[in-house]
Ligand binder design. Structure first.
Ligand code: PRP
Ligand code: MN
Ligand code: MG
Length: 182
């Protein structure tokens, strides 16, 4: 079924369930915007790249797409708390209604840093859509308006989520086998 035989321990969210949820999220975000003020989607590279392409295509209204690359993990398995900009936005977001698109909120450090950073640029609104959220993220004081799935504290990969840059290409979210990272 996938090209990583023996590396994953379980399926967490099958492709079909992901796509159904993305449709719901896309309709919810669209309902909060107008054609006069289309959302500017800010995809947080690299993890959110798979999600944003399905999400934008599931939205029943137009959106614009920008990319920002930040990293807090590198190849480690837990957040260092240090966020670095690897690629900044190409455009001014003054007066725009931006929607930050994230694959996962884990410790919440990346997102809370990003929201503060973007807020200094004068957007009309900042909302967040995250496909996955772990329990730890609830402690962070960031209002995440749209969440796909609340998941347990386990090592998840696939659908954009990597471990040492692998598994992003999987069309589903699975659990990485413990023998792969211990
Ligand atoms: C991952 C994930 C989120 C962030 C969440 O990105 O895609 O952006 O970590 O973790 P946090 O809530 O604990 O900050 P990563 O830094 O691994 O970069 P990547 O998207 O390029 O994989
Ligand atoms: Mn990321
Ligand atoms: Mg990563």
């Amino acid at each position: 079924v996938h090209g990583y035989p023996g590396e994953l321990s379980a399926m967490l969210i099958p492709a079909q369930a992901l796509q159904a949820k993305i449709g719901e999220l896309a309709r919810a975000v669209a309902a909060d915007h107008t054609l006069e003020s289309p959302p500017l989607l800010i995809c947080v590279l690299k993890g959110a790249v798979i999600f944003v392409t399905d999400f934008a295509r599931a939205m029943p209204i137009p959106s614009e797409l920008e990319f920002m690359a930040v990293t807090s993990y590198g190849s480690a398995t837990s957040s260092s708390g240090v966020v670095r900009i690897l690629k900044d936005l190409d455009r001014d977001i003054t007066g725009r209604r931006v929607v930050i698109v994230e694959d996962i909120i884990d410790s919440g450090l990346t997102l809370s840093w990003l929201v503060k950073n973007l807020a200094t640029r004068g957007p009309a609104a900042i909302d967040v859509v995250a496909l996955l959220r772990k329990p730890e993220a609830v402690k962070v004081d960031v209002d995440v308006r749209y969440v796909g799935f609340d998941i347990p504290t386990e090592f998840v990969v696939g659908y954009g989520l990597d471990y040492a840059e692998r598994y992003r290409d999987l069309p589903f979210v699975g659990l990485l086998g413990e023998h792969m990272y211990r």
